[in-house]
Design a protein around this ligand. Structure first.
Ligand SMILES: Cc1ncc(C[n+]2csc(CCOP(=O)(O)OP(=O)(O)O)c2C)c(N)n1
Ligand code: SF4
Length: 254
């Protein structure tokens, strides 16, 4: 096929979501953030919510999410995204409101905001990128760091005696009365990416249908923080993260 034939609209099988602009992403090669951004853009477009979506961006590597997706954004202070999302959704009930947060943002400094927004049943979606480390600030231990996993602040591995156990925020969320849909997904393979997209769509639809709070955890890699190649990171995640953070729906009120 010639290049001209390939770019004919009838031969097009894939294109970048129109909501994703041409800004070059600052994420490291192999980082899960870029894939999840794309899924969010696709779902918003498919729902026809391009002009009615407000994303609440975090502090962490995804702090610049607003540079890549052409929707309305509000930046929140570290961990406070669910509180900001609560205000935005209550003021604008017709908007699709979601937060986008890493595990340091959501499960450490923002634990209280996360639990209370979910428990209140705010009609929002929380997208939770769990790469088990503080990516942006140099790979420090996070609440979700696995037992034995090395980080810059636990170079001999997380030790339960010293650092306690990893926090399973998604399991906690599933116990809360206010949550409608709670799921754990990943984006390391094409089938996983498809499932994650379906989960985001369901969560966004619930948010618009007044069903309550929704949490979509994406078990992710951080090749820079983990000091591994992107390929090895994916394998390591499958071998070590998935047994502790098993994938699948934890709660679906339907
Ligand atoms: C109030 C406050 N405390 C601490 C920081 C420093 N800080 C910036 S990003 C970050 C951790 C981010 O980790 P995570 O949420 O897991 O996201 P990732 O970078 O891994 O995507 C920290 C502690 C800050 N910016 N503001
Ligand atoms: S440091 Fe980790 S989370 Fe941050 S962009 Fe790089 S791979 Fe992604």
């Amino acid at each position: 096929m010639t290049k001209e034939e390939i770019i004919k609209p009838e031969n097009l099988v894939y294109k970048k979501p129109t909501l994703m602009n041409d800004n070059a992403m600052h994420y490291c090669p192999g980082c899960s953030h870029g894939v999840v951004h794309k899924l969010i853009a696709e779902v918003i477009e498919e729902m026809g919510m391009e002009d009615k979506t407000v994303g609440i961006s975090p502090v962490g590597c995804a702090v610049f999410a607003y540079n890549y997706l052409d929707i309305d954004w509000q930046e929140a202070a570290h961990g406070r995204a669910p509180a900001v999302a609560t205000a935005v959704k209550r003021l604008w009930p017709d908007r699709l409101v979601f937060t986008y947060q890493g595990d340091g943002d959501l499960a450490c400094i923002g634990t209280a905001e996360t639990i209370h927004a979910l428990n209140r049943g705010e009609n929002i979606t929380i997208i939770f990128i769990n790469n088990a480390i503080y990516g942006m600030t140099g790979g420090q231990m996070a609440p979700t760091t696995l037992v034995g996993m090395k980080s810059s602040t636990c170079p001999y591995g997380r030790d339960v005696e010293l650092h306690g156990y990893p926090l399973k925020m998604t399991e906690i969320a599933a116990q809360l009365e206010g949550t409608a849909y709670v799921t754990r997904q990943s984006v390391q393979s094409v089938p996983a990416i498809r499932k994650a997209k379906k989960a985001i769509r369901k969560a966004f639809e619930n948010s618009m249908n007044g069903k309550g709070s929704n949490l979509v955890e994406i078990v992710s890699t951080c090749s820079s923080g983990w000091k591994m190649t992107p390929e090895k990171s994916n394998k390591w995640m499958e071998e070590h993260m998935f047994p502790f953070y098993p994938l699948g729906d934890l709660k679906d009120k339907e």
